[in-house]
Design a protein. Structure first.
Length: 337
């Protein structure tokens, strides 16, 4: 295992010409330098794309290293203090890759295995990558990445520039989307490229996102509960700029198959700002095609919304609340008059 340093975090897509900042995800840079003084001697760096909640917390710790953790409301710092008071120490955080063939690391293919030292020995707890890294930062625990992952995905650094080397791999798509936003269309609707361009979101706050899992294969995608009693909701969604859809009726279609649904599942479609996650507060401005509890074979569903003139993005995808499994295939996003 290679011990890495959480060297930098920056929001993506980042600053816009009007001075506002749009945050859809965070680019986190991990280096093999031990501390800031070693930055010039850094040999390699690894990029990780995180969802907003975990990335936001980590970004806050890096941006405000001297802020009082309790007054700042940082959950991970408070958790570290509570663990310490209980005689439990965070001894290490190992990033584990769930897809060894992935071309880039992101929230959907990386998890954090947190090692805890207790009076009875060492134990491990699995967390999302974002929260695991934030906990490591709060507790001062080392972060480790498999040597094979570093050898395959890390890039050499020439100086202290921790962002530019990852523009081709992590940010070029965002730059290209802004440059061509007038003709930005949905991609990978048949999931032939796995989960590329699709992101897994939780309900507002995303504190229970690890209760759900998703996977692509055979030109379909599966969203399922990962625990017996999952909390909140999960939405697997793709985001496109709304320029081609403002003032028009947009319809998202697809075939759904469900298994042992206890809560509800269905298609999701909404329009809003890029920094708003597709949680419950967006349902009022969007729509969802809900399926009754239980199991069902492949059935065609569709959902339609009117995209307002002020919308910046359109999000469409698959939602699940509660225990069960739902699959999606043969998707299509179309616009009417």
């Amino acid at each position: 295992m290679t011990t890495v340093r959480i060297a930098h975090a920056v929001p993506r897509p980042g600053a816009y010409p009007d001075g506002t900042i749009r945050i859809g995800q965070f680019l986190v840079v991990l280096t093999d330098a031990e501390n800031d003084a070693d930055a010039a001697a850094t040999r390699r760096a690894l990029a990780l794309l995180l969802q907003v909640p975990g990335g936001m917390s980590l970004w806050g710790r890096l941006e405000r290293p001297g802020a009082d953790p309790v007054m700042a409301g940082v959950l991970e710092e408070t958790a570290a203090r509570l663990l310490d008071a209980a005689g439990v120490t965070v001894t290490g955080v190992d990033l584990q890759i769930t897809n060894q063939d992935a071309l880039e690391l992101r929230s959907t293919n990386v998890a954090a295995s947190v090692e805890l030292g207790t009076a009875d020995g060492r134990r491990r707890v699995m967390l999302s990558a974002g929260y695991g890294l934030a906990l490591a930062k709060a507790s001062g625990a080392p972060v480790r990445v498999a040597d094979a992952v570093m050898d395959r995905l890390a890039v050499p650094l020439k100086d202290d520039d921790l962002v530019t080397p990852f523009i081709p791999a992590a940010a070029a798509r965002q730059v290209a989307r802004r440059a061509q936003r007038w003709r930005f269309e949905p991609r990978n609707l048949a999931f032939t490229d796995g989960l590329d361009r699709w992101e897994l979101y939780g309900d507002e706050g995303q504190s229970h996102l690890e209760d759900y899992s998703c996977a692509a294969g055979n030109r379909s995608v599966t969203l399922a509960s990962a625990v017996q009693e999952p909390h909140g909701s999960a939405i697997l969604a793709q985001t496109v700029f709304a320029d081609d859809y403002r003032g028009r009726t947009v319809t998202f279609r697809g075939e759904l198959r469900t298994q042992a649904i206890v809560g509800h599942a269905g298609l999701h479609l909404a329009a809003g700002r890029p920094d708003e996650p597709p949680g419950p507060h967006l349902y009022s401005r969007g729509a969802s095609s809900l399926i009754a509890p239980g199991s069902s074979d492949w059935t065609r569903h569709e959902v339609t919304v009117q995209v307002p003139g002020g919308a910046e993005v359109v999000r469409f995808g698959l939602s699940l609340t509660g225990r069960g499994r739902v699959e999606l295939r043969n998707t299509e996003l179309s616009a009417g008059a």
